[in-house]
Design a protein around this ligand. Structure first.
Ligand code: SF4
Length: 221
């Protein structure tokens, strides 16, 4: 099924005009902070992660700190982020790999990052862009998925396939930026439920615009 095309250039231009998001919505100072915080952010809000890491990052500055902290203490510290046992296991597991294979540093390649426990392409793309200014992929989270579908940029359902579609049409220099721009719009206007098409800058061009009686393409699939 084909849908009327809205140009990616237009989308990016408008989003850049309206929003000025940071490179990531979570607080961090070092690549290791960012790695740990993105693991904690799975099924958790950025606000909650930032509260938790405020204390955690004071206690743990290095991969050795994460390796050496007693598991129960780490679990207690990150408890409110949810699935804390699994997250603690991943953090300590990857701290061993960082120490043994990367001299305690965070690897700077997609291949190196996705080999770490608990790190998928989404997390890796965020870290590469935000911490190392490298563009090796597009981080596709729930907002990016929904907006890509609604705006007709991808007809796929999985993050992997949506990422491939986006990588074909988005200029590479915008790969990192796209994630936070779409998240900003997804939070403010194009929300999961009750999207506010009447207030949206894409009201007249979006193939899911409720204001023009269009169906939600993110729901159709
Ligand atoms: S017009 Fe509606 S569906 Fe399309 S991007 Fe805007 S809020 Fe989302």
């Amino acid at each position: 099924m084909s849908h009327s095309r809205i140009s990616i250039g237009h989308i990016l231009k408008e989003l850049e005009r309206i929003y000025d998001p940071p490179k990531s919505f979570i607080d961090w100072k070092t690549p290791l902070d960012l790695l740990v915080a993105t693991i904690l952010s799975a099924q958790c809000t950025d606000v909650r992660v930032n509260i938790v890491t405020k204390k955690l990052f004071k206690l743990c500055r290095t991969a050795e700190d994460y390796r050496d902290i007693p598991r129960v203490e780490l679990e207690k510290l990150i408890h409110s982020c949810g699935t804390f046992r699994r997250k603690a296991k991943h953090i300590q597991g990857l701290s061993h790999i960082l120490i043994n294979e990367y001299k305690g540093e965070v690897p700077q390649t997609m291949e190196g990052l996705v080999e770490l426990l608990g790190v998928g392409r989404k997390t890796a793309a965020i870290i590469l862009y935000a911490a190392f200014e490298k563009l090796e992929g597009i981080a596709v989270d729930t907002h990016v998925m929904r907006l890509a579908q609604r705006l007709g940029l991808s007809q796929h359902k999985t993050p992997e396939k949506i990422e491939k579609d986006l990588m074909k049409i988005v200029p590479k220099e915008q790969w990192g930026r796209l994630n936070t721009l779409l998240i900003s719009h997804g939070r403010a206007v194009c929300t999961a439920r009750n999207r506010k098409c009447g207030q949206c800058v894409f009201m007249d061009t979006c193939p899911s615009s409720q204001a023009r009686g269009k169906k939600d393409l993110a729901q159709e699939r």
